[in-house]
Design a protein around this ligand. Structure first.
Ligand SMILES: [Zn+2]
Ligand SMILES: [Zn+2]
Length: 147
């Protein structure tokens, strides 16, 4: 676990270097928090990092997004949420999104569904002259508190 966390930091450092950015202690803290949790809002991220000022966190997220290390997940009117990019985690997943409170939960689809999706989406992409890179799919509903 420690080994893979070090590998993660190394990969983020690389992405930042390409943009001419330094992997500061603040950024490293933010990556640690995002690596240990599901998609977080900025306030949730701040709750989990003691010494980080909101302005530094916001700036830091911008830097990490620009470098391709973090993705911003946006849906409707709720707060934006942030998570590590799949290229870093290697964890392909989807999001279960509550229309009531906006909570987002990471979920995995059965392998055969993923294969079926990729086959169908590849055909759709190809029919428009696209090469398929991947897909995003949000599952919408209401959580047990909002149902
Ligand atoms: Zn809810
Ligand atoms: Zn998928």
């Amino acid at each position: 676990m420690n080994g893979s966390r070090e590998g993660l930091h190394e990969a983020v450092r690389h992405l930042l270097m390409r943009e001419g950015n330094v992997y500061t202690a603040n950024l490293k803290t933010m990556v640690d928090v995002l690596a240990g949790d599901g998609p977080l809002t900025l306030p949730e991220l701040l709750d989990r990092t003691e010494e980080l000022a909101q302005s530094s966190a916001y700036r830091g997220l911008g830097v990490l997004i620009e470098a391709g290390a973090v993705r911003r997940i946006v849906h409707d009117s709720d707060h934006a949420r942030y998570e590590l990019d799949e290229q870093l985690t290697g964890h392909h997943h989807h999001h279960l999104v509550c229309a009531g409170c906006g909570v987002v939960i990471d979920v995995e689809l059965p392998t055969e569904i993923e294969h079926l999706l990729d086959r169908s989406l590849d055909a759709v992409a190809q029919s428009h002259g696209f090469v398929l890179d991947g897909h995003d799919l949000d599952i919408r509903g209401r959580c047990c508190n909002c149902a």
